[in-house]
Ligand binder design. Structure first.
Ligand SMILES: Nc1ncnc2c1ncn2[C@@H]1O[C@H](COP(=O)(O)OP(=O)(O)OP(=O)(O)O)[C@@H](O)[C@H]1O
Length: 363
């Protein structure tokens, strides 16, 4: 088990800067998710923590020790990748034993057998122990990959999109199992994903990366309810937050879109101030006396709810409504929003004006 801290890490590949002055604190035993789009620097961050990539500047601290110059073995971390790094011709047992048989360990045969059996039980792969890896399904292989990481009992698990090659059902199952494994082991997990649903459902903490910079760190609910800026606001939530430009007037927002005026509970600026207003789809309200009008462009049925795409003069907004709501494509509907759920962003910087200086400093 271990705390990890990155201090001012910059990593360049030729002219390409993958990480820019990155500071990151991961607490002992935390399930920390790094969320970002492709090329954001997630894998590079993991490889810097693992000691597989040397930063151009900055420090890697493990349990309070400066580990910047430690090699990968000294750091005692395990990396699980999206592609299974297994030996296909060996049995599952052979693959699980392999990390314990290296010259740096001095385990007895009985100790190795005991560890392998316990890991197999934890991951429910005991019945597969004598099967060749090449004869396993994708989900089984990924379980074995995870098993190969835990059998060494490292202090940190680094996981690079370990579920992204699996089909949706299996991903759901392994998500739950990984969370349980984390609880059982009590080890520090750093989990990389570009899938915000995965990040929201698994992380104790989420760090949102964009172009090599850490934009915001927080619990899933903090990131969802108090995004630092429009980038984070749109990075989590399905469908993403609606953003609309407009001006403050009286107790409302006069939207450029359609010239509609909608009430807001919290003002961030004087009358006439231009803002970007943000509202999550579940906080849009369809009602006959709504102050704004739109054409229903699309309806997605999701069982208990429907996701509507509303067209307001060519701009699309999303609204999540109950499955009982009667709507038809091309129908004109009236809508409003929950005034206390509206966020106000600076249209130039994208910063969330509702957080105040204190909120911005804390992220
Ligand atoms: N070995 C390398 N040589 C050159 N450029 C690299 C190398 N590794 C990463 N990069 C660049 O660094 C940036 C960050 O890459 P990284 O793989 O860390 O992103 P990522 O967030 O993990 O992306 P993905 O989700 O696509 O894996 C990208 O612009 C990438 O092209």
């Amino acid at each position: 088990m271990a705390d990890i801290a990155l201090k001012g890490i910059t990593k360049k590949f030729g002219p390409n800067t993958a990480l820019r002055d990155l500071d990151l604190d991961i607490k002992d035993g935390e399930f920390f998710v790094l969320l970002g789009q492709t090329g954001a620097g997630k894998t590079t961050t993991l490889r810097v923590i693992a000691g597989l990539e040397k930063p151009n500047s900055g420090q890697v601290m493990i349990d309070g020790h400066d580990a910047t110059h430690w090699n990968a073995a000294e750091r005692d971390v395990a990396l699980v990748l999206q592609q299974y790094s297994l030996y296909p011709r060996m049995t599952v047992r052979g693959n699980l034993e392999f990390p314990l048989k290296s010259r740096t360990h001095n385990f007895t045969a009985a100790e190795i057998a005991d560890r392998v059996n316990r890991v197999a039980e934890t991951l429910r792969i005991t019945r597969l122990l004598d099967r060749k890896v090449e004869r396993l399904s994708g989900g089984e292989m990924q379980r074995v990959s995870i098993g190969r990481a835990i059998v060494r009992q490292p202090r940190v698990f680094l996981m690079d999109e370990p579920l992204s090659a699996l089909d949706a059902n299996l991903r759901d199952v392994l998500r739950v199992e990984l969370k349980k494994l984390h609880n059982d082991l009590g080890a520090t997990f750093v989990f990389v994903t570009h899938d915000q649903v995965e990040a929201m459902s698994m992380g104790d903490k989420i760090g949102v990366l964009n172009r090599g910079r850490l934009v915001q760190v927080g619990t899933p609910s903090e990131i969802y309810a108090k995004p630092l800026n429009t980038f984070v606001a749109r990075a989590v939530g399905t469908p993403p937050m609606n953003l609309m430009d407009g001006v403050l007037t009286g107790d409302g927002a006069l939207l450029d879109m359609g010239g509609f005026k909608l009430p807001i509970a919290e003002r961030h600026g004087p009358d006439g101030h231009r803002l970007r207003f943000g509202i999550r789809p579940e906080n849009m309200v369809l009602s006959d006396d709504g102050p704004a009008a739109a054409r229903v462009f699309d309806i997605e049925n999701h069982g208990v709810l429907k996701i509507l795409t509303l067209d307001v003069n060519g701009t699309h907004l999303h609204a999540t409504v109950s499955a009982q709501t009667q709507v038809h494509i091309d129908e004109t509907v009236k809508f409003g929003w929950k005034p206390d759920k509206v966020l106000s962003f600076d249209p130039l910087t994208g910063m969330n004006l509702g957080l105040g200086q204190e909120g911005r400093d804390s992220v």
